[in-house]
Design a protein around this ligand. Structure first.
Ligand code: CMC
Length: 389
């Protein structure tokens, strides 16, 4: 193979060294900067966890306050950028709207594009953290034909996002602290996951010295796929289909095991976890709490629990070490909160943003930074001669 290693899907190739996130997939362990995910989910906030991922340590109270204030000051979108949302069809999926608008940030904010200027990197970090939830909420509002609200900077990041998504221009919006807390925790759980597909995309694009907005926009597109972030939407579609067709969960499992039409149990399996995904454990409890609070017994949750119970006891899943992943229960929670299915992967993107930023910044500061450029094994024709007449 001419000294080139063939590793499809990068199953065994470490493309980088990183000090951000540690995963032990066999033991089901996930830590950000050394802190176990369970402790962060219980005690931290999304804002604090974002700081931890990006800057390496937990902030002091003053540092957190300054970080919060800076983000609040940057929530406004340029008025012309708001016009952008009218350019898409009403039924557009919000993920491509989000990636397009994030890409377009580099046209409106040209003073923060230099990857090797620390101040500019800092400014684009704050701009992205502040503006991406606003863009996401606007993509949603446009799809339902409602007016875009201005951010209210007396609110924190997550409260503001809820209000921009669900509030109406003519009425005050009462934030439900339980929902804000649940969403905040879900965002913490999604905040980083080392070299997953979208993060590797952010790094690969960034390795050409493309700016942070361009790199993150590429990451959003990678996240869109149903084998990655799109799985949360695919899980809910699967559960609704099972419900609508009146299929018994056990019969659906047979279909999955026989690989009929390539069906998979969405929300199950992971490249790295060969054990219960630690995030899924926490989310399962939140799903129960939120569904109890908002809507009593949800039939879809029942179906999900029956599928999980069956899968965990089934040889097919045991042999392949397939366990529920982060996406299995999230869709049910988002749905109960009032988000339409199309928004689920957008919520994942808001959560993953600090991870993308942290990984991009780590890459750009790496003295060994090299442009990402995989090799190949050529399997095409040998030399041929162009026919001359
Ligand atoms: N349902 C049924 N069978 C499965 C599933 C599943 N969800 N996942 C894997 N398998 C089988 C697969 O058919 C293969 O069987 P065999 O050895 O007989 O060919 C074996 O398990 C190994 O699967 P693989 O596709 O080689 O594993 P991978 O590491 O390449 O894929 C995955 C990982 C997450 C893409 C895959 O498990 C999957 O498609 N899951 C469903 C989609 C999903 O939930 N994605 C979210 C991932 S977590 C959040 C995120 O990162 O976005």
């Amino acid at each position: 193979t001419g000294g080139v290693t063939y590793d499809p899907g990068f199953m065994n190739t470490a493309a980088t060294k990183s000090a951000i996130t540690y995963i032990d997939g066999d033991a089901g362990v996930l830590r950000y900067r050394g802190y176990p995910i369970e402790q962060l989910a219980e005690h931290s906030t999304f804002l604090e966890t974002s700081y931890l991922l990006i800057y390496g340590n937990l902030p002091s109270a003053t540092e957190l306050e300054e970080f919060d204030q800076k983000i609040r000051r940057h929530t406004l979108l340029h008025e012309e950028l708001k016009g952008f949302f009218g350019g898409f069809p009403r039924d557009a999926h919000p993920m491509p709207v989000l990636s397009s608008a994030v890409s377009a940030l580099s046209t409106w904010y040209q003073d923060s594009l230099d990857p090797f200027n620390e101040e500019q990197v800092e400014l684009s970090t704050i701009r992205l953290l502040a503006k991406m939830p606003v863009i996401a909420a606007y993509a949603h509002k446009k799809s339902i034909g409602q007016a875009l609200l201005y951010p209210d900077n007396s609110m924190n990041l997550v409260e503001n996002f809820m209000r921009l998504s669900f509030g109406l221009a003519a009425e005050p919006y009462d934030v439900d602290p339980d929902l804000v807390k649940a969403l905040d925790q879900l965002l913490i759980l999604h905040a980083d996951h080392e070299q997953n597909c979208s993060t590797s995309t952010v790094r690969l694009v960034g390795s050409s010295n493309a700016n942070m907005f361009a790199s993150v926009s590429a990451g959003i597109n990678a996240l869109f796929g149903p084998a990655h972030g799109g799985a949360n939407e695919a899980v809910l579609k699967m559960l609704r289909q099972i419900q609508a067709d009146g299929v018994k969960p056990e019969d659906y499992m047979e279909k999955v095991k026989n690989k009929e039409d390539g069906v998979r149990l969405m929300g199950f399996g992971h490249r790295v976890y060969k054990n219960y995904d630690p995030r899924a454990k926490i989310i399962k409890k939140t799903a129960h709490d939120i569904l109890n609070k908002l809507g009593g017994n949800d039939e879809l949750l029942e179906i999900a629990m029956r599928l999980e119970e069956r899968a965990l006891a089934d040889d097919y899943f045991i042999e392949r070490k397939l366990y529920p992943n982060v996406d299995f229960y999230t869709g049910l929670i988002y749905k109960a909160m009032g988000f339409p299915e199309k928004m689920f992967t957008v919520l994942f993107a808001i959560g993953r943003l600090p991870g993308w930023i942290a990984q991009w910044r780590e890459m750009i500061q790496d003295p060994q930074l090299k442009i990402g450029r995989p090799r190949q094994l050529y399997i095409g024709e040998g030399e041929r001669h162009y026919p001359t007449r």
